[in-house]
Ligand binder design. Structure first.
Ligand SMILES: C[S@@+](CC[C@H](N)C(=O)[O-])C[C@H]1O[C@@H](n2cnc3c(N)ncnc32)[C@H](O)[C@@H]1O
Length: 410
């Protein structure tokens, strides 16, 4: 399918360079199923970044005279976006705290407050020590439909760890007073509920920020993760639908659309962005998230038993380190102080070796090993410049006292 515009003719799949306002004018009315746009955020910065090999340098301007000029710029483009959207279509406007209020206002003006569906919070963990305000760990995506006939594919997620699944799988009914009670069979047994698919997707999405080493990272400033776009595309489109990104940048939306079997149109005012998008579409690279695939709990390797033994100490538990369970919050001679609890299946020498390797890597001068299953008096170890001090766990200490008294009194 292609469209004839008085100035240009645009195919219903492709990447175009230019102001999205002009390019969208060349698209047919009611031809697009979903629009995702990640426009300049009203940061009043010039965004610059380079690819990992430092060969390509990318930049775009996000500089505005006033709120008013930004709002007018966005209003014109959202009106054109509305025209090209099908009646069953929806639009996702990505922003952050800088322009959230402006875009919500302009969005409601263009699409109608009644068609505002959700504010999606994309949440992630990012560290920052420098700020004297709360570290921003989320961005906002305003989700509007064009009409009430919009397409929406329900997605289900896992129940939380605190949900009582057993209870959920039991059918409910109401008693004579309207109170919810368990439905029962004639013989008094509790009836099972219909099959449960999980929890319908909520509006807070935890998706990791692209880390500097992520394979899909291109070096384009403000590049979004494909996993975020995957979710948007999944809830709002079907295979073969047409997805439009009028501010496509490095082309993340188009890569996700292609992987998911959707058609795509990308527009960007920068030639580098258009070239980068084309090359990403030729070689599709997507980074999976180990955090999302394996779950947050898979990163917790410090055993509960070890932490219980260390409770009362002012420590930070150390995950993802086979040699150290915790670090004391206070340093000793300006160096960190690691601690490990001996495991049931470990000799004290094995535990001390693991601790010393990890402690030396951290530059520690002293580390503590809590012995849990060896009763003889134990000597401290010295490995290179690190002293491993052995202390008994309370259980071991008490048992040793009893054993000694028991032996002496016989
Ligand atoms: C926030 S970035 C998009 C990043 C993109 N979502 C990604 O994952 O790489 C915004 C983009 O809008 C482009 N842009 C700015 N003004 C534009 C306009 N009037 N028409 C089309 N693109 C524009 C910039 O060149 C920039 O690439």
């Amino acid at each position: 399918m292609s469209v004839c515009h008085k100035r240009r003719r645009f195919k219903m799949q492709g990447i175009y360079k230019g102001d999205c306002l002009e390019i969208m004018k060349g698209l047919q009315t009611q031809s697009i199923d979903m629009i995702y746009l990640d426009p300049p955020f009203f940061t009043n910065k010039k965004h610059r970044l380079s690819s990992r090999d430092r060969i390509s340098h990318y930049s775009f301007d996000d500089l505005w005279e006033s709120h008013k000029t930004y709002a007018e710029f966005m209003q014109l483009r959202l009106m054109e976006a509305k025209r090209v959207l099908k009646n069953t279509g929806s639009i996702f406007i990505h922003c952050d705290k800088s322009a959230n209020h402006i875009l919500r206002f302009v969005g409601e003006d263009v699409f109608g407050a009644e068609n505002f569906l959700s504010e999606i919070i994309w949440s992630y963990k990012r560290w920052s020590n420098s700020s004297n305000y709360l570290t921003p760990n989320h961005q906002n995506i305003l989700y509007f439909s064009k009409t009430e006939e919009y397409k929406f594919n329900k997605i289900y997620t896992e129940y939380s760890e605190t949900t009582n699944i057993d209870q959920i799988l039991q059918k409910r009914s109401r008693d004579a007073y309207g109170k919810a009670i368990y439905a029962r069979e004639a013989d008094g047994r509790i009836m099972s509920s219909d099959e449960k698919k999980g929890v319908p997707l909520a509006d807070v999405w935890e998706i990791p920020f692209l880390n500097p080493k992520a394979k899909e990272r291109t070096g384009y400033p403000t590049q979004k993760p494909i996993l975020l776009l995957d979710k948007i595309i999944e809830i709002s489109t079907s295979e073969g639908d047409i997805v439009l990104d009028p501010f496509c940048g490095s082309g993340t939306t188009l890569v996700s659309a292609k992987i998911k079997g959707r058609n795509y149109i990308g527009i960007d005012i920068s030639q580098e962005a258009v070239d980068l998008t084309k090359s990403r579409l030729e070689t599709l690279i997507k980074t999976e998230s180990a955090l999302l695939n394996k779950g947050r709990s898979s990163y917790i390797n410090v055993e509960e038993k070890s932490l219980a033994i260390l409770s009362g100490l002012d420590i930070l538990a150390v995950q993802r380190n086979a040699g150290i369970d915790a670090l004391l919050k206070r340093n000793y001679l300006s160096k960190p102080v690691p601690i490990r609890v001996q495991r049931e299946n470990e000799t004290i020498l094995e535990a001390a070796t693991k601790l010393s390797v990890a402690a030396i890597k951290k530059g520690a001068g002293i580390a503590f090993l809590v012995a849990t299953n060896q009763t003889k008096d134990l000597l401290d170890f010295r490995f290179e410049n690190c002293m491993i001090k052995i202390i008994n766990s309370p259980a071991l200490e008490i048992n040793a006292i009893f054993d000694e008294k028991w032996t002496n009194s016989r």
